[in-house]
Design a binder for this molecule. Structure first.
Ligand SMILES: O=C(O)CCC(=O)C(=O)O
Ligand SMILES: [Fe+2]
Length: 226
């Protein structure tokens, strides 16, 4: 077995993750609207005014239609870990297609890598505790996800409203906390430049204390999803 093969066995999709990382990095670094969050431990970018106020309103209404209690892979997380309401959108919906394409374009990725956009709503007290977005290949779900597009690469999150209090997206290992602001796209690479998982991307949706919080999430895989 060559070194590369050994590595690939240990770290699934490593070279694909490194390649996707390069693509998105080049794209965002060339985008004058993309702000790179200052840290050398992870690649995190924000783009303001990514959606208009009307688009945010429309998506919030759509989340209210599809939202149901969040489900997580059984046995992976304890109860109370992710208490927000979540919903998968219909990927053929015109608005869903338009927003997905706009995110794909901002990241410079083919839409084929993207999971269907998800909407989430947090009410006071609801949160999504510290977690990684990448999959743990030691868990049972990996057998399925491995064949279903493989490891997650970048996360794209859209904040749809300003939250009265609480609800920041926090990265405890980085000492970074991002306040929700309507229309902002927040995106980060869950892998390091070499394609190995970046543990420092540990993050949480902290509890909303007043008002509500609406976000959209689109996760990109290292290979074609679905
Ligand atoms: O709501 C947030 O701020 C974080 C959401 C999140 O981490 C996720 O959906 O994976
Ligand atoms: Fe997450």
């Amino acid at each position: 077995m060559t070194d590369t093969a050994t590595k690939t066995t240990k770290v699934p999709d490593q070279s694909a993750l490194a390649r996707v990382g390069r693509t998105v990095r080049a794209r965002l670094d060339a985008d004058p609207k993309a702000y790179k969050v200052p840290t050398d431990k992870a690649e995190i970018y924000a783009i303001g005014d990514f959606l208009s106020a009307n688009e945010c309103r429309k998506l919030i209404e759509m989340i209210d239609v599809v939202a149901s209690p969040s489900s997580l892979y059984e046995g992976t997380y304890k109860d109370g870990f992710r208490t927000s309401y979540t919903g998968n959108f219909n990927r053929d919906d015109t608005t869903v297609k338009m927003v997905s394409r706009r995110i794909d374009d901002a990241l410079g990725l083919s839409g084929e890598l993207g999971e269907t956009m998800q909407g989430q709503r947090y009410l006071p007290g609801q949160q999504f505790k510290d977690h990684h977005d990448y999959f743990y290949p030691t868990e049972n779900y990996w057998k399925m996800e491995r064949k279903n597009g493989g490891q997650r690469s970048w996360t794209a999150m859209l904040f749809l409203n300003d939250v009265q209090a609480g609800g920041a997206t926090s990265f405890p290992e980085l000492g970074i906390s991002i306040e929700p602001k309507a229309g902002v796209l927040l995106t980060w690479n869950n892998a390091k430049e070499d394609g190995t998982p970046n543990e420092d991307t540990l993050h949480a949706g902290t509890p909303v204390t007043l008002g509500s919080k609406y976000v959209i999430t689109r996760w990109y895989r290292s290979r074609k999803w679905g």
